[in-house]
Design a protein around this ligand. Structure first.
Ligand code: BG6
Length: 483
């Protein structure tokens, strides 16, 4: 069946930088359903050809060496443009007419909302009112970008409003971290191997560190960022997603409903912070120079760095801290999950480091994707001195030198195929907000822990390291362990 992908916010950055290059790559690989069409919608007045020409430039830039003129010529014939204002219901009726004019017979549609978040609700209502969510003549699905609400109340209201036009199974809420190959590899690591499962619990794991460090600063997004802060921008979505996949139970089958059920159970188990926890179990920071960013108020207390210590109260993880950490202006770009195993119960060799370091499994999500296992080996030609050695697995080495596909390729394809496993469900999003909201509220209250300034290019404020030492633990502060 030929499908149509309708992109609202066609003239935006995401469309040209991510969506069209991803669709182009899927087309080149022959993975887009035959004769699929792409229709861009935004307020600008373009002719079809004008939009194609504009996209050609940006796609060539983002596709790099893999761009091919002949392929583009074929692909671009499937691209159309329809001017429309999301706030104008009549434009949705016109869009419906245009789609019918280019489609024939039964045809599935995916509507991608790549607009300002404030317009999601209006777009969805207008789609519903114009009859564009009616799936009697082919599937109708809607993909919604993040942020999904700004707190629990707005997320609930948004869910409610969407549900009056689309059923939950028609809704695909994006978290682009779930489209990353290495994140999906966590499923393989955990559920396609038997050697890790016996160790993946409170009996063997001391703690888990999930770090998403970014070298970049807030830059041109300062206006948005200052109202959001790092908990809304990174924790409610990406970090909690990584936590869910690391901590979830194996689902009964790899089916969207069952996978998401297991993820949601993790969020149910997260102990909600109360009282003194907000001060003792969190660290807040702001990089020096943030206040000079254009669009940031001089007295802003917005966090650009945060650490949360969370516990998951269930049989598998009782008492095991999950340290979630993210920051802008850090020493490098790295996203890693460190499973720190407990130390050996008794040190047999005099020359072993004391206390022993304990084994670590480092899952490096980006920039280079791979896994590293840390374990002790004997130093050759020593009596019985040990040192930490590593076993490395790099994805790059197994993909024939080709770079891994961008997350959007996988997510777009899954939405077209009706596989929602890598998208967030309504209860998942609401539960995530219910964990984050009280922390945001506490950080705005007089009882908030201090906001530490930190120098750019390091690992956040020194206080975060001191705080970790006080718990007799160390951050795994290593810039990409794999290259
Ligand atoms: C986005 C955040 O969701 O994720 C950005 O809004 C952040 O602030 C980005 O930079 C990080 O994504 P990635 O894929 O580069 O790690």
């Amino acid at each position: 069946m030929a499908d149509t992908i309708v992109i609202f916010g066609a003239s935006g950055d995401l469309t040209s930088r991510k969506l069209i290059p991803a669709l182009y790559q899927l087309f080149v690989k022959g993975r887009l359903p035959e004769a699929s069409r792409i229709v861009g919608v935004s307020r600008s007045d373009f002719e079809h050809q004008q939009w194609r020409d504009a996209l050609r430039k940006t796609t060539a830039e983002f596709a790099g060496d893999t761009f091919d003129n002949a392929q583009w010529a074929r692909f671009s014939e499937t691209i159309f443009y329809q001017p429309g204002d999301i706030t104008n219901p009549a434009d949705f009726v016109a869009l419906g007419g245009f789609l019918e004019s280019i489609e024939s017979g039964e045809c599935g549609r995916v509507y991608y909302l790549s607009t300002m978040p404030q317009l999601y609700e209006t777009a969805i209502t207008n789609l519903g009112d114009a009859g564009l969510s009616d799936d009697s003549n082919g599937f109708r699905r809607v993909i919604i970008e993040k942020p999904f609400g700004t707190d629990l109340k707005t997320a609930k209201a948004l869910n409610q409003s969407i549900h009056s036009s689309f059923r939950e199974d028609q809704i695909y809420r994006i978290d682009h971290y779930l489209g990353k190959e290495t994140v999906q590899n966590i499923f393989a690591l955990r559920f396609a191997n038997s050697i890790f499962e016996p160790l993946w619990n409170r009996n063997y794991v001391d703690h888990v560190q999930i770090t998403v460090a970014e070298e970049v600063l807030v830059g041109r997004r300062a206006g948005y960022y200052d109202t959001s802060g790092i908990l809304r921008d990174m924790f409610q979505n990406h970090l909690l997603q990584l936590l869910m996949i690391t901590a979830m139970e194996p689902p009964a089958s790899y089916d969207a409903a069952l996978v998401r059920d297991e993820k949601v159970k993790v969020l149910h188990g997260i102990r909600r912070m109360t009282g003194g926890d907000f001060a003792s179990d969190t660290v807040r920071g702001q990089y020096a120079g943030y206040l000079d960013e254009e669009g940031v108020p001089a007295e802003s207390l917005t966090e650009t760095f945060a650490v949360l210590k969370l516990y998951c109260d269930n049989w598998r993880w009782q008492g095991v801290p999950f340290y979630l950490r993210s920051g802008k202006g850090m020493s490098c770009r790295t996203t890693q999950i460190v499973i720190q195993f407990k130390q050996v119960p008794y040190v047999l060799f005099d020359d072993m480091p004391k206390p022993p370091i304990g084994n670590r499994l480092v899952i490096q999500v980006q920039p280079a994707e791979g896994i590293q296992m840390h374990f002790e080996t004997k130093v050759p030609d020593s009596e019985m001195r040990t040192r930490t050695s590593t076993l490395d697995f790099s994805f790059q080495g197994t993909s024939g030198g080709k770079s891994l596909p961008d997350a959007y390729q996988r997510l777009l394809l899954d939405a077209l195929n009706g596989d929602a496993s890598l998208f967030a469900r309504s209860d998942e999003v609401e539960l995530a907000w219910s964990i984050i909201d009280p922390i945001i509220a506490a950080w705005k209250s007089p009882a908030a822990p201090p906001l530490h300034r930190y120098q750019k290019g390091l690992w956040g404020p020194d206080e975060a390291a001191v705080w970790m030492h006080q718990q007799h633990r160390e951050w795994f502060d290593v810039c990409p362990v794999l290259r």
